[in-house]
Design a protein around this ligand. Structure first.
Ligand SMILES: [Zn+2]
Length: 123
């Protein structure tokens, strides 16, 4: 399950940070998730609950920020912002087209990562 491995990684990052500050509990986790990761926030929340069960992050609230995807054109060098269409949501596949010259010779430069931006802890 895609979301579960993300949730587990997020938990590990949050836990490592909390332990560094000698926290006993994590109450909130702020996330930035790229739109092109195809992560479904609702599934991520459920997975996070499972991943953190019995840990210091149990019952921590996930605050999710979705960041748009960006592609760079290999032909004209411009950056375009892209969003997923419905087909891509279903198949996970999409060729992105440059908004400037319509080339499909592009690479994804942003939107494929999930980052822990911040956490809120109790000590
Ligand atoms: Zn282009």
């Amino acid at each position: 399950m895609h979301e579960f491995s993300f949730a587990y990684n997020i938990f590990k990052v949050a836990e490592a940070t909390a332990l560094k500050y000698n926290a006993t509990k994590i109450t909130e986790v702020y996330l930035e998730i790229g739109e092109l990761t195809l992560i479904v926030p609702e599934l991520l929340r459920q997975s996070f609950k499972m991943a953190t069960h019995g840990s210091i992050a149990e019952d921590a609230e996930l605050k999710i920020d979705i960041t748009p995807g960006k592609i760079k054109c290999r032909d004209c060098g411009n950056i375009s912002t892209v969003t997923l269409n419905e087909e891509a949501q279903l198949t996970g596949l999409q060729l992105f087209q440059c908004r400037h010259c319509q080339s499909k010779n592009t690479e994804i430069v942003e939107g494929k990562k999930a980052n822990v931006k911040n956490i809120k802890i109790q000590d």
